[in-house]
Design a protein around this ligand. Structure first.
Ligand code: PMP
Length: 384
């Protein structure tokens, strides 16, 4: 176990003791050679994770929403149009964000729990003119993993820039940005990367950087990538004081990601996700997300008829496991379990046992021992 309480929500996720130790290092000058080396290591680790060989990585104090803003305002000017491919709450956020900067957004919204069909994206591209297309890799509200490779095939060779929100995916699901043709990957560390929240992370392709250079100015000061570029190329320089301890933590988290190896890490996420869902379904819970687009990083489960969401999650909390509620139209009707970052078999097993016991405590009929029995063959013997 990583801690006395299991935080099994779709971010923040449990933080490995090595990362907590990095966070607890003595705070140094932001120009200290030790910090500068760790900053470079974090930037390199992020670029290789995003598989964008010539990408420019940016890590600045903030969060996922700042990363979304940074991605958008550096490549799209006020008055220009973007196509938003949305599979839930975080996809829809692009519409609000664009509106705040006078950018026109056309939203393609999937039914909750489903992905936008690629043909619909093709239709919009044929009928409209857009500067960029935004895609949410995994929407944390619906558990939908978007068919990115299919969308990107439609976008290959076209002028629209591809902006990918990897906040609920990066570090847990492969994101081969060069192969896909992604121009900006944005993410945050508190989910599948496994560090505490605190930074915005963006990876800009050469085409995205060229686009920023071609704009007379971006609608940003702090979020302007051109102001940050000299610092990211040489973290010994100053623009705005970096969050020194969080940089230590993110560098350590990315070291852990690469020590495990990307292929092994993505396979572990897929296996633990499948095991978690098999266990929960064995309790009689239905997965909310459609079968063809279930993400490896979280599960969204319908609550059985008559089970009070707040009472159920309060009981799970009392037993040591924090679960997340449903958002938007599924609030009170579903709950969400995160299974990403540096968790393993023990965390999944404890979560399944806790869900079973908590459901029974609030009066639901659940088959005793069924969750672990169904998950066990998928969990395998390793303790990663
Ligand atoms: N995008 C997605 C897919 C998210 O899940 C989240 C946060 N849950 C965000 C963006 C926003 O990130 P933050 O809360 O760090 O601003």
């Amino acid at each position: 176990m990583l801690a006395d309480r299991l935080t099994m929500i779709p971010g923040p996720t449990p933080v490995h003791p090595r990362i907590l130790a990095a966070l607890a290092r003595a705070t140094t000058s932001h120009l200290d050679p030790v910090l500068v080396a760790e900053f470079k290591s974090a930037l390199d680790g992020f670029r290789t994770l995003g598989r964008m060989a010539e990408g420019k990585p940016f890590i600045v104090a903030g969060g996922g929403t700042l990363a979304m803003e940074m991605a958008l305002v550096n490549v799209v000017a006020p008055g220009e149009r973007v196509l938003v491919v949305s599979q839930g709450y975080f996809g829809d956020r692009w519409g609000d964000l664009a509106a705040s900067f006078g950018i026109e957004a056309e939203l393609l919204r999937a039914r909750w729990g489903e992905a936008v069909p690629p043909e619909q994206v093709a239709g919009a591209l044929a009928g409209g003119s857009y500067r960029a297309v935004t895609i949410t890799h995994v929407d944390t509200s619906t558990g939908t993993g978007a068919p990115i490779a299919e969308y990107c095939r439609l976008l290959a060779g076209r002028d629209e820039l591809v902006i990918l929100d990897g906040v609920c995916a990066t570090g847990g699901i492969d994101e081969p940005c060069d192969a896909w043709g992604v121009d900006v990957l944005l993410t945050a560390p508190q989910k599948a990367i496994g560090a505490p929240p605190g930074v915005a992370m963006c990876l800009f392709s050469p085409r995205a950087m060229a686009r920023r250079h071609s704009l007379a100015r971006a609608s940003a000061y702090y979020a302007d990538v051109l102001r940050w570029l000299p610092i990211m190329e040489d973290p010994g320089r100053y623009y705005s004081t970096p969050c020194v301890n969080e940089i230590f933590a993110v560098a350590e988290a990315l070291r852990i990601v690469h020590e495990e190896g990307l292929e092994a890490r993505f396979a572990r996420h897929a296996r633990l996700g499948a095991a978690c869902r098999a266990g929960l379904e064995a309790l009689g819970l239905a997965t909310f997300t459609a079968p063809d687009c279930r993400a490896a990083t979280l599960s969204v489960m319908r609550l059985p008829e008559g089970v009070d969401d707040a009472a159920f999650r309060r009981e799970a909390y009392r037993r040591g496991v924090t679960l997340a509620g449903g958002l938007g139209p599924i609030a009170g009707k579903a709950f969400r379990v995160g299974h990403m970052g540096n968790i393993g078999v023990a965390e999944i097993a404890a979560t399944l046992e806790t869900v079973e016991a908590s459901l029974a405590s609030v009066g639901a009929k659940v088959p005793h021992g069924a969750a672990l029995a169904a998950a066990a063959p998928l969990l395998g013997g390793e303790g990663a």
